[in-house]
Ligand binder design. Sequence first.
Ligand code: SF4
Length: 299
Amino acid sequence: MEYQTSLTQGQPDDEAVRLLQYYEALALENDPRGYCVCTSEGKDSRVLGHLFRRAGVKHFYQHSITGIDPPELIYFQRSNFQQYRDAGYLTYDVMYRKSMWQLMLEKKIPPLRTIRYCCAELKEKRSEHQGKAVVSFGVRKYESVKRARSRNELEIALPRQKNLIMPFDDGENRKIFELCYRDREKRVNPLAYWNDADIWNYSRDVKLEQCSLYSEGFDRLGCIGYPLAREQNRRREFSRWPKFYEQYLRTFDRMLERRRQCGDAILDYASTAEIWMEWWLSDHVQETAGAGQLSLYEL
Ligand code: SF4
């Protein structure tokens, strides 16, 4: 398979390919299968995977099954993984250990912008397939203020403290990443400085198929009900996939029941499943539900 683009030297895609090729030896030293490409098969990770194939570096794919992804994205991911396997790549699907519904029942509150407990369980748990591989994500600084601060092209995961994050265009950083922290998880994120236009220009340029939901106007695909998304988008998702709305509502009801059984406070804005769910869907709530308000709950 040939991977070519009409983009010129010095463009972000060339830089990304250079970064991946630069660390291939390190990736192979850590794992003979090469880099572990973590993908949801949304637009960013589709571009990420294409860059890996184009760079010609050894890698395999890992996808986390969250149980709350849009059905169209799930079918798209399955079909792409089949194509990757047909092309000779290893692929792994990692099943969640606890579903979103179990997590909500355990926590007795829904995930909020300030308390996103679900990611750690559904998306970020290290899998046995990963081993010691150098990992790669499609994260981009442009996606949020938090990502702008906390993510970069090179990352070293440090337990119980902030991860070490570094841009690639610095010789000292490159050496630290390669030679130090040998036992820590290392991540190479070549899209860290890409903006939305870069993603779409690249996809168009290399004729990379993207999930059909983007052409329906969805600009971000991922967990249905994702608390960081705007209220309008979440309502749109729930009207597009009403079964998920019903499942969330049932879970709110079960959370209430559990709170009653445990003798926990039932607050006015959570007196019924419907009222609580409306509260949860509100942008205002998601923006203002700070630690003070949440201390009313026992986490
Ligand atoms: S809803 Fe958001 S925070 Fe929760 S698992 Fe999905 S992406 Fe992560």
